[in-house]
Design a protein around this ligand. Structure first.
Ligand code: SAM
Ligand code: SF4
Length: 336
């Protein structure tokens, strides 16, 4: 990937946090219906309501000009967006962009992994919550574990810098899979992160009943492996542990047990062009008018993004014991 370091650092919020990372959702649609992510009766946005691939490319260019160096494309399932590869090709070699990442459920990687690598994607996160095909189907409601495993195999061949698995454990559903999932990651030479379930959107189960603390998962893994507290950091919310004499790092994203907001370096953009300043708060700014009303002038768009730094909240407000979710929107809408 072509690298250059103009980083003008124009995005610094009221708490002195420098924003150099955006996560962009390019669709709210998905071929899976994971029980923690979606309700059983989701309605999706009309096609006209989401931005075009050209508009996403313009947004990414503008953010990079403002100092962003890392871009994650997500969704919904980003590879379900028609012609998604064109977007990766358009942004993959932007001067100043150092890392281009994708978060995917892996179902389409068998076809697309090589093209993504070719376009400039250097890191891939693949969600994998179970190694048991029946259970995998139950969690995703429709997913095919074999297809995802084949996608992981092709992604390995394609030669990305890192491939990281994301696993979300739920009490009574897959909380006995921490060790098997970690063992799979180690055997495959991949990283793995365990993510605590967040109360985003109303789902069919009780999130407080299904919650598994990452402290518990870490304790379990440390009883099997002599994990070494790793200095590796993504400047983000995960804490990492190295598995001795293996490639694998094990990460923990723990919004409940370890609040990570003070190190927040990111913004999220929904597939409709709303700039979300915090995953766990409603503060947002609609960038679409600036995109559409000023098609040839990036000035108003840039100014709106710079101004948004004044309303980025200090932190999230997740509380599993509330009767209604703190945030009504689903992760698939904002982009995980
Ligand atoms: N479809 C892709 C995938 O599954 O990787 C990308 C989008 S998905 C919304 C991104 C990540 O969000 C996944 O790793 C998923 O496990 C996580 N996720 C979804 N809903 C969540 C929730 N309520 N709490 C915590 N993580 C969640
Ligand atoms: Fe789809 Fe990803 Fe949400 Fe699962 S977690 S339903 S794969 S967007």
């Amino acid at each position: 990937m072509y690298k250059q370091a103009p980083n003008p650092k124009l995005l610094i919020d009221r708490f002195g946090r420098e924003i150099d990372y955006i996560r962009l959702s390019i669709t709210d649609r998905c071929d899976f219906r994971c029980v923690y992510c979606m309700s059983d009766n989701m309605t999706f946005l009309a096609r006209e309501a989401v931005l075009s691939l050209e508009e996403y490319a313009r947004l990414v260019k503008v953010f990079v000009e403002l100092g962003v160096r890392k871009v994650r494309i997500t969704g919904g399932e980003p590879l379900m967006r028609k012609n998604a590869l064109q977007l990766f090709e358009a942004i993959g070699r932007l001067p100043g962009l150092e890392e281009l990442l994708i978060t995917t459920n892996g179902s389409q990687l068998e076809q697309h992994a090589y093209a993504l690598k070719q376009a400039g994607v250097n890191r891939v996160n693949i969600s994998l919550d179970s190694l048991n095909a029946t259970r995998f189907r139950k969690i995703t409601r429709v997913g095919d574990l074999d297809k995802v495993l084949r996608g992981i195999a092709v992604a390995k061949q394609a030669g990305f810098e890192t491939i990281k698995l994301n696993a979300l454990l739920m009490r009574g559903i897959n909380d006995d899979e921490a060790l098997p999932l970690a063992a799979f990651a180690i055997e495959q030479g991949l990283d793995i992160s365990f993510i605590e379930e967040m109360p985003l959107g109303e789902v069919q189960h009780s999130r407080s009943a299904s919650y598994v603390s990452n402290d518990e998962t870490l304790q379990l893994l440390r009883s099997r492996y002599d994990l070494i507290n790793s200095t590796a950091t993504t400047c983000g919310p995960a804490r990492y542990w190295q598995v001795p004499s293996k490639k694998t790092k094990i990460g923990f994203i723990s919004p409940h047990s370890h609040n990570f907001c003070e190190a927040c370096n990111r913004l999220r953009i929904s597939c409709q062009g709303e700039l979300h300043l915090c995953l766990g708060q409603e503060n947002r700014i609609n960038l679409r008018p600036m995109l559409r009303d000023f098609p040839y002038d990036d000035g108003p768009l840039k100014q709106a993004i710079i101004n948004s730094m004044q309303v980025k909240p200090k932190g999230h407000d997740f509380d599993l014991n509330r009767s209604t979710p703190a945030v009504i929107r689903f992760m698939s809408h904002t982009g995980g």
